[in-house]
Design a protein around this ligand. Structure first.
Ligand SMILES: Nc1nc2c(ncn2[C@@H]2O[C@H](COP(=O)(O)OP(=O)(O)OP(=O)(O)O)[C@@H](O)[C@H]2O)c(=O)[nH]1
Ligand SMILES: [Mg+2]
Length: 259
């Protein structure tokens, strides 16, 4: 287990978006109004994939009126996993000590962010967790069952310890992201979350969970496809093979360093 846990001064919230105009109009102002405990500052990075509904253009307006808001534009819908990576890279390049990822649709409510930041001392990754005491999922039953099964499958096949392994509501310390060669993550969609957690656990970073109540989106449409289930299974199989063979991802820079 790794131990020393310095205080964080700057948190960047990464919000991937695809057609989330109604949500982003509400979410970003709420994020900027949050009190996450002085002297920690909060910045926002919207990663938009050229949303036809104008989410990206709206995010640009927010950015022009408040320097705490940044926008990463990508030319088309390229998947949630690479959107997270683009946002993480932006945040690290702009001096973030910690990076929080969340959905735009209020399933991850900003009200939980202060408790996630407060949990960071003593942890390297904090998960906004649906599956610890006090957590809950307010989805219709079939979606709840799907979510539970995906989570159980990932935990069992990969030996992951956290209760909620598929949550996108996460707060990573900078050093955690710097320890993982993000360019070598192979999962692009929602299974990116499973692969990232696997890499975090492999490196023995300390993971904490704080309970959240996950609500269904009120505005806009879901982007998750049936394909994501197959992709998650593929991710688990590929990572299991890596576990069994004892081969871990090594980036070119790590390789050079270790020679
Ligand atoms: N930039 C980018 N964002 C994406 C992409 N796919 C999904 N998102 C965003 O990722 C977040 C999660 O997507 P959702 O469609 O809410 O997925 P979900 O929460 O599993 O599904 P719902 O239950 O319908 O909400 C949202 O903020 C989306 O706008 C993508 O390809 N690119
Ligand atoms: Mg959602």
């Amino acid at each position: 287990m790794r131990s020393n846990t310095p205080a964080v001064n700057a948190v960047t919230v990464v919000v991937p978006t695809y057609n989330e105009l109604e949500n982003i109009q509400r979410l970003v102002p709420q994020l900027l109004d949050l009190d996450i405990g002085r002297p920690t500052t909060l910045n926002v990075c919207v990663v938009d994939d050229n949303s036809p509904d104008g989410t990206g253009a709206y995010a640009d307006q927010l950015s022009a009126s408040d320097p705490r808001v940044g926008v990463v534009h990508r030319p088309g819908k390229m998947g949630l996993g690479t959107a997270y990576v683009a946002g993480m890279r932006y945040a690290l390049a702009h001096g973030a000590d910690a990076v929080l990822t969340m959905d735009a649709d209020f399933s991850h409510h900003p009200r939980y962010i202060p408790s996630m930041v407060a949990r960071l001392p003593g942890a390297d990754l904090v998960i906004g967790s649906r599956y610890v005491a006090g957590g809950q999922v307010l989805y219709p039953l079939p979606r709840r069952m799907l979510s539970r099964s995906a989570n159980a499958f990932a935990r069992i096949t990969l030996g992951l310890h956290p209760n909620d392994c598929t949550a996108g509501f996460r707060l990573y310390r900078r050093r955690v992201l710097e320890s993982i060669p993000l360019d070598l993550i192979f999962s692009n969609g929602y299974s990116f979350l499973i692969e990232m957690l696997f890499e975090v656990q492999q490196r023995r970073w300390i993971v904490a969970e704080v309970p959240i109540i996950f609500e269904d989106r009120r505005y806009g449409q879901s982007k998750i496809s049936r394909n994501e289930i197959l992709k998650a299974v593929y991710t688990c199989v590929r990572l299991t093979a890596r576990r069994v063979t004892g081969r871990h991802m090594v980036s070119k820079t790590e390789f050079v360093r270790s020679k």
